[in-house]
Design a binder for this molecule. Structure first.
Ligand SMILES: [Zn+2]
Ligand SMILES: [Zn+2]
Length: 285
């Protein structure tokens, strides 16, 4: 376990770069949908966002969630440490499940609370969804997410190795389910029992608000099925559905500086739930 932690940076970086290469190639060879915009137009902004996010996280939380887990282990703090003789493997699996549920609940909350939706909607304003959308989150949302994750880690006493495995896993599954890739329907159907697939997560990027407010999972699909927020397919079909948000479609709205200012730009803070503009013309007619 300690060996795994000592290779933390290499594990994260090699998983990220390896999967990026895989999904970029897959998107090139077997894309699911036609792009609305050029890759260059979106990739410049989305790449800028990941660089800013990485720097912001490193500056504000240098030891991040792993540091919180190491502190909890040292102090034997957290609910899991109250259970006597908890086997390490069970501690790790339970912590991964708790963290995944916490991320799901956080995501749902970010859709329902207006000022949190202001931060999160930048992820939804991408008019195409591909592997680069997986890293398109506002730096303020990233910092807040890290704070919440650290609190969950300390509250439950999640072991550092579970945090590392969870973060690498979540990064990988998120890249997978944002990819604009074609998967045979039968394969998708089987995979959906264990992991959120691209077809499942694409529904969440629909501009129909009832579809935006479904499929909150990034990793395990079980929470959506359990809490009745699961939606199998988009009503306009995967090829015909419109991605993004009604009020942020222009190219100028998707430039890097505009993305960073997006939480502060619109007149009213509305949640995805109450956002009456988050519907398309077909809804209005
Ligand atoms: Zn969302
Ligand atoms: Zn997404």
């Amino acid at each position: 376990m300690e060996t795994l932690l000592s290779y933390e940076v290499w594990l994260r970086l090699s998983a990220f770069l390896g999967l990026l290469a895989l999904f970029l190639s897959w998107e090139g060879l077997a894309p699911k949908r036609k792009r609305e915009r050029t890759r260059r137009e979106r990739w410049v902004s989305n790449s800028g966002i990941i660089i800013i996010d990485s720097i912001a996280l490193r500056l504000v939380f240098p030891t991040a969630a792993i540091g919180a887990a190491l502190w909890a282990a040292e102090a034997q703090f957290g609910l899991f440490y109250l259970i006597p003789n908890l086997p390490v493997w069970l501690h790790v699996i339970a912590a991964i499940l708790v963290l995944d549920f916490a991320i799901w609940l956080q995501h749902l909350t970010f859709h329902h609370v207006p000022w949190l939706w202001r931060l999160h909607r930048m992820h939804h304003s991408d008019v195409d969804v591909d592997v680069t959308t997986a890293v398109r989150f506002h730096p303020l949302e990233m910092l807040l997410s890290m704070l919440i994750k650290m609190a969950v880690v300390v509250l439950f006493g999640a072991p550092a190795v579970a945090v590392l495995l969870f973060e690498v896993l979540l990064n990988g599954t998120s890249m997978f389910n944002h990819s604009n890739i074609r998967l045979p329907q039968k394969v998708d159907k089987v995979l959906r029992w264990f992991v959120v697939t691209p077809d499942m997560h694409r529904v969440h990027h629909s501009w129909h608000k009832e579809e935006t407010n479904s499929n909150f999972g990034f990793n395990l699909p079980w929470w959506d099925k359990l809490f009745n927020t699961y939606r199998g397919d988009p009503k306009d079909g995967h090829a015909g559905m419109v991605l993004g948000l009604h009020e942020f479609r222009e190219s100028t709205r998707n430039r890097l500086h505009a993305l960073l200012l997006q939480p502060f730009t619109s007149a009213n803070a509305r949640s995805a739930v109450t956002d009456k503009n988050n519907t398309n013309s077909k809804d209005k007619s």
